[in-house]
Design a protein. Structure first.
Length: 174
């Protein structure tokens, strides 16, 4: 896979981290756990552990519920943007590392692209969600569920797209 295509995947997963902080890393970790993303010899190999995969899955599930609560702070507050940026950086770095395992510059580039895309995704998601709620006269939790589906399905699609045929064979799926 070309560097530009892999950077585009890193940007996409980063933007999704801007919507939901824990969903993209959960999907990345689950794929790495099943050897679908080759992170075995990378600095991000901790994502392959059952503890990482299960913890991120629990955090993602909690976030999907918690996001609908009226007292949750805005994703645009510094704490929310920092967490989303870190999530995007982790996911972007993981996708770049999966394709360019020994290239540390690729890891840094993936992290930078993922982090910046997460910030952009957080702002875009916030304003789009607000606009849709007003135009459709829909309650915020209903729009949030649609945003959840986009984050989950998009993360799965991007991680799946980044996997190679070799990954499927290694995981025993082919």
């Amino acid at each position: 896979m070309s560097v530009n295509k892999t950077l585009a995947l890193a940007a996409g997963i980063g933007a999704l981290a801007g919507l939901r902080t824990f969903t993209p890393p959960s999907v990345v970790s689950q794929a790495a756990r099943r050897n679908l993303l080759p992170l075995r010899r990378s600095p991000l190999r901790f994502l392959r552990s059952a503890a990482s995969a299960n913890t991120l899955a629990a955090l993602a599930a909690g976030e999907l519920v918690g996001d609908k609560l009226p007292f949750m702070p805005s994703r645009l507050k510094p704490e929310g943007l920092t967490a989303r940026s870190a999530s995007g950086a982790l996911c972007g770095a993981a996708l770049m590392t999966a394709h360019r395992n020994r290239d540390h510059k690729a890891l840094v580039a993936g992290a930078a692209v993922g982090a910046l895309a997460a910030i952009a995704g957080a702002f875009a998601g916030y304003y789009l969600r607000r606009q849709l709620g007003q135009r459709l006269n829909a309650p915020d939790p209903a729009i949030a569920v649609v945003e959840d589906m986009i984050a989950v399905a998009g993360s799965i699609a991007l991680v799946r797209h980044s996997m190679s045929l070799r990954s499927y064979v290694t995981a025993g799926l082919l």
